[in-house]
Design a protein around this ligand. Structure first.
Ligand SMILES: Nc1ncnc2c1ncn2[C@@H]1O[C@H](COP(=O)(O)OP(=O)(O)OP(=O)(O)O)[C@@H](O)[C@H]1O
Ligand SMILES: O=P(O)(O)OC[C@H]1O[C@H](OP(=O)(O)OP(=O)(O)O)[C@H](O)[C@@H]1O
Length: 210
């Protein structure tokens, strides 16, 4: 038996798609994990241990080496800026990060932008040479322009339903987002064989799906 791989798995919307991808790559992810509240799940059939993490924390566990590899959205990777290897675009949990406002938006004298992604948003507007005050929120970001906290937001758009139901419009797409396979830098060297094997297997599956 080779090295055990500790895998930081994001709970929530990415998990379902990640489990499906691993299963279609032939890996026996047990069905009972899907509805479990257990946080550390041994998967001996795969010589892995899943660490069920809040998505935004996945790069932290991987940087510190308490997880060898992890699955995380590109949005979180860009915002958190952790020292990890990005190994593979998994092509799952596809959405985009956009600038959003009310349809009658006009440039404000002191523009304010609300977002879950203050680092990404600040860099974006800085590069455009636009001075904006960035306000960090943790959810229901679309509220901000509706109640006057900010005149625009930077947030995720998938189906567009949230925008439609709240009368908001997308002004500009910053990035297309998918989930990525990441690795701890030391683990990538010390456990290279199993990590590379998994990476190749997933790459084949992702290519076949495309
Ligand atoms: N419609 C979407 N809205 C937000 N994130 C999406 C969407 N579709 C895919 N994603 C991906 O899913 C990740 C967020 O997953 P999820 O909503 O489960 O976590 P979360 O935002 O931390 O939620 P919570 O705070 O409720 O735990 C994002 O990082 C992004 O990569
Ligand atoms: O284009 P759509 O398909 O409508 O998806 C986009 C919405 O989903 C996410 O919110 P989430 O469900 O994570 O809720 P929260 O961030 O407000 O907690 C995101 O912040 C948008 O509000």
């Amino acid at each position: 038996m080779g090295d055990l791989l500790k895998v930081a798995m994001p709970k929530g919307r990415i998990y379902k798609q990640a489990a499906k991808l691993l299963r279609s790559a032939g890996l026996p992810v047990p069905e009972e994990i899907d509805d479990s509240r257990k946080l550390i799940i041994p998967v001996p059939e795969m010589n892995m241990e899943f660490i069920m993490a809040k998505p935004v924390d996945v790069p932290t566990y991987v940087e510190y080496g308490v997880a060898d590899i992890g699955i995380v959205g590109k949005d979180v990777l860009m915002e958190e800026n952790r020292n990890v290897y990005e190994l593979l675009d998994l092509g799952i949990a596809r959405c985009r990060m956009s600038v959003i406002g009310l349809p009658d938006w006009r440039p404000a004298l002191h523009p304010r932008v609300a977002t879950k992604y203050p680092n990404v948003a600040s860099q974006f507007f800085r590069e455009k040479g636009q001075q904006v005050e960035v306000i960090k929120l943790n959810g229901s970001i679309e509220l901000a322009p509706l109640i006057g906290l900010a005149d625009r937001i930077v947030d995720m758009v998938e189906t567009g339903q949230t925008l439609r139901e709240n009368g908001l419009v997308e002004q500009e797409v910053l990035f297309e987002i998918t989930s990525r396979l990441i690795a701890n830098r030391v683990s990538y060297r010390m456990k290279n064989e199993p990590i590379q094997r998994l990476c190749d297997l997933l790459q084949d599956t992702v290519t076949q799906r495309a």
